[in-house]
Design a protein around this ligand. Structure first.
Ligand SMILES: [Zn+2]
Length: 339
């Protein structure tokens, strides 16, 4: 653990036990908090998008106690001013549609009676377009190579010897590939896969990481809400407007076909300020989505732009103390946006 983690922990504990979190939650401005989760794993997995099952259990227990955990529908109503927003309204969202949302997250949410929304990359469920990030992850996990020569991408030699090195190399490659349009990313990814000894075509093996439509229907009928996150997780500002429109509308259409109800919530792939703009927002609105979530950090006051909702990203690292245990104080301070 780094000095930074220790410092963060010490300050968080001080703020939490001095009652600062409590005061902010009761006297701060009214705002709705939306959390982003991706994966819930069996154990700590430091990929920046996972929480362990044990951590998730502690988080949900804390949220159920300290916050007013509401559905995204209810959050929308409050942000519109239909009902009072309050200071403790919080919605839980999951991006992408990983299978562990069903196997690990859902039982915990159900036990604590917490609603949540899962944003699906529908192509990953249909098997027609596994997410390229998952394809890359699979290739790096499966390779026997202990390094990847990525000088042709301007990235030098990427070490793959240890698990930590593989994760670091995955981060380096993902952030490089994310910046590229399809026509450059697809051949580069195929090239990387070839060099790692993986098939250049997306493998069906990664499919078992994602939800099935049966699981989605089961969660929906138990009260979880389902939103759309495009067909293939392409960054919408980096493709033609026609293709962006298809990604948005087709994902809505396919989920509606499976669930037989209108799908009202959308999440932008990647979701940073560069990954959506007013033209993309207009397409999302035209498609009939009432809200759209970004990954821009922050909370949402009443009257916030419903097609640019801010969220807080949650992973294990954000709330683990220097001894590697879950810290309620760190989690609480992060949610209150005090650090
Ligand atoms: Zn995503």
């Amino acid at each position: 653990m780094t000095v930074r983690t220790t410092l963060k922990w010490v300050i968080s504990v001080a703020l939490y036990y001095m009652g600062v979190v409590w005061i902010v939650r009761r006297l701060g401005r009214e705002a709705g908090t939306i959390l982003i989760f991706h994966r819930v794993r069996d154990a700590w997995h430091d990929d920046g998008m996972s929480v362990s099952r044990a951590t998730f259990e502690r988080q949900v227990r804390y949220l159920a106690r300290a916050y007013d955990v509401v559905s995204l529908d209810e959050m929308e109503q409050r942000l519109r001013g239909v009902r009072p927003l309050g200071r403790r309204a919080l919605a839980i969202t999951f991006d992408d549609g990983f299978r562990d949302n069903y196997t690990r997250a859902w039982p915990i949410l159900a036990r604590h009676h917490c609603p949540a929304t899962v944003f699906l990359v529908v192509g990953a469920l249909d098997g027609d377009a596994p997410m390229w990030t998952e394809q890359l992850r699979g290739a790096l996990e499966a390779t026997a190579a202990d390094a990847l020569d990525a000088t042709w991408l301007g990235l030098g030699m990427l070490p793959l010897g240890s698990e930590a090195e593989r994760r670091q190399s995955l981060r380096t490659l993902s952030s490089w590939l994310k910046q590229k349009p399809d026509r450059e990313r697809e051949p580069a990814l195929a090239d990387i896969c070839r060099r790692l000894g993986s098939p250049a075509e997306p493998s069906a093996a990664r499919m078992d990481e994602m939800l099935t439509w049966e699981m989605v229907a089961e969660m929906r009928s138990a009260g979880l809400s389902i939103g759309a996150h495009t067909v293939s997780h392409k960054i919408l500002t980096r493709i033609d407007p026609d293709e962006a429109q298809w990604e948005i509308e087709e994902s809505k259409r396919r989920i509606e076909k499976h669930l037989g109800e209108s799908i009202r919530h959308f999440a932008y792939p990647n979701g940073t300020r560069h990954d959506w703009n007013s033209a993309i927002q207009a397409l999302v609105r035209q498609a009939g989505f009432e809200t759209a979530c970004t990954t821009v950090k922050g909370t949402n006051p009443r009257g916030a732009d419903l097609h640019a909702l801010r969220r807080l990203d949650i992973n294990d690292r954000a709330c683990t103390d220097p001894s590697g245990r879950f810290s309620t104080a760190m989690f609480a301070v992060r949610l209150a946006a005090l650090l």
